[in-house]
Design a protein around this ligand. Sequence first.
Ligand SMILES: *Cc1c(COP(=O)(O)O)cnc(C)c1O
Length: 391
Amino acid sequence: MNYSISRRAASLSPSLTLAIDAKAKQMKADGLDVVGFGAGEPDFDTPQHIKDAAAKALADGFTKYTPSSGIPELRSAIAQKLKRDNHLDYKPSQVIVSSGGKHSCFNVIIATCQEGDEVIIPAPYWLSYPEMVKLASATPVILETSDKTEFKVTPDQLRAAITPRTRLFILNSPSNPTGSLYTPEEARALGDICVEKGVLIMSDEIYEKLVYDGARHTSVGSFSQAHLDHTILVHGFAKAYSMTGWRLGFLAAPEPIAKAIDAVQSHSTSNPTSFAQKGAVAALNGPQDHLEIWLAEYSKRRSYAHQRLNSMPGISCVNAKGAFYLFPNISKLGLKSTDFCARLLEQEKVAAVPGIAFGADDYMRLSYATSMANIEKGLDRIETFAKSLAS
Ligand SMILES: *Cc1c(COP(=O)(O)O)cnc(C)c1O
């Protein structure tokens, strides 16, 4: 039997983050004391009232198919949230609830891009974007950035990358993996160019609520009706409510795009889990005070780790404005990111994700969604490793 794989599937790169994670888990299982900085999810529990709402829905027998794009109650709650928090005018019919923010991104790309289309993706990027673009038979166009610009693309860079084939520009602010955040002025300048050139923006705002030092996230669609007409907003419950395993995300789009995505979803996954959606309603409409506690904790860890990293030989790190990652530059230590992280894991039992996974080989990604005790221990070990390489 010839198990030939489709060109589409064969074009994908396997996830380096998952490979590192598997290796670290195996080492832990073997009894080794591994410190993990690989986590892409909050270390806090889902708030109790959200769990209660889902448990009640389950107990009440809310266990059947729902409308493919989500229950009306949740789509309304999302439209209200987008108005309340982001000053965006969406009708519930423009909102599609999907099985995770990742699924929402996939839906957007598959419903808007095809062979011959180009999708502009700033690097460092969330590692799934280019692979999703390839799955849609479109072409990722990577815009390199560095720590010198806090990993942000400039308007000139974006303008120069746009061609008649450009279909989509992917904006992720606050960013995974760098934690960088575009100011309102910066976001507006990029949005203006997309409006002028007729390019759609996929704005992944999943880290919206995780911002520090009094910074604020601004939705690129909020600047004018024209900006909104050119924007597809992607969001979800994973990061702000620690609901990663629930698999619930959403998008909001101009009506024709929402309709197309509804069709795609109705023939692929259909509705996201019924009782999980009831939990999501409680998340949006219930108290938000957990966030203040989480943010204070993240902020403390971020400041500590940022300061420690910058005191190590050969390592420099711009401070993150959002999300829960730091993205230190390790290029002065003379190893490519894959070797660096492999040896760090082998020698010091610290798991970090090599920057190459995000299209930036001079860096590594450290998640501070782990306890302060772990962070202290892990940074001690990174310091030992950096000193060994620098000497
Ligand atoms: C976590 C994340 C998502 C969505 O995750 P889900 O678990 O699928 O909801 C989307 N974009 C980025 C950049 C993320 O880090």
